[in-house]
Design a protein. Structure first.
Length: 211
């Protein structure tokens, strides 16, 4: 079996974590699947995640964020992603490089080309084989976040709507420039319908890999 690296992206409240939890048992019937997240996935990266998302850390600007994300991404890649791919596994990451472009670039005000360069430096230019974008408007996503009492509200959740609109615009720009890699699914649908969309994308893009 071929190693596969798949990332899932989307605005806050898109439902990525919920769908990933439902998706794993389906894909694991035939393949060995490693699910992970960014920032995080390994101890050092999880420590950095705590710094980035802590609501008390209001002084972090876009450049500080992108440097922290890049450091977390590098150690995560070396300790978890690359070893799994070397073993021929499927790695599914909840967020990867596109998040940095959308959040710290388009919304955070850091030059997008610099964000891309730094990510290429941190990842040795590794790109996912497929990125699934959970397409949902910022308004609907934030409405879900505020309704979910079980979710701890992080620093990015509490940003103003205008910030999240810029994030969404960033993702839309990425969809246009990297349409071969990034596929959008309608995340406003029910969890069951979203899951069906993703399974259809995976089975179409990688025939025979999961069936």
């Amino acid at each position: 079996m071929n190693p596969l690296f798949i990332s899932i992206e989307g605005p806050e409240g898109a439902g990525k974590s919920t769908i990933l939890e439902a998706l794993l048992p389906i894909l694991s019937v035939k393949r060995s699947v490693v699910a992970t997240r960014e920032p995080g996935g390994v101890r050092i990266a999880e420590d950095i995640r705590g710094i980035i998302l802590d609501p008390k850390n209001t002084v972090l600007d876009g450049k500080t964020e992108i440097l922290l994300f890049a450091a977390a991404r590098r150690v995560h890649l070396l300790e978890k992603v690359l070893p799994a791919l070397a073993e021929g596994k499927v790695v599914i990451a909840d967020r990867f490089i596109d998040s940095s472009v959308a959040y710290q670039g388009f919304a955070g005000g850091v030059d997008v080309e610099q964000v891309k360069w730094l990510n290429d430096f941190a990842t040795d230019s590794l790109k996912p084989d497929l990125t699934i974008f959970f397409d949902i408007t910022p308004e609907e996503g934030l409405k879900r976040v505020m309704k979910n009492n079980e979710r701890e509200k992080n620093r990015l959740d509490l940003a103003k709507l205008d910030y999240h609109k810029k994030v969404y615009e960033g993702y839309q720009a990425l969809l246009k420039t990297d349409s071969d890699r990034i596929v959008a699914i309608d995340a406003s649908k029910s969890p069951e319908e979203v899951l069906d969309q993703i399974i259809n994308v995976l089975y179409t893009r990688f025939p025979g890999e999961f069936l």
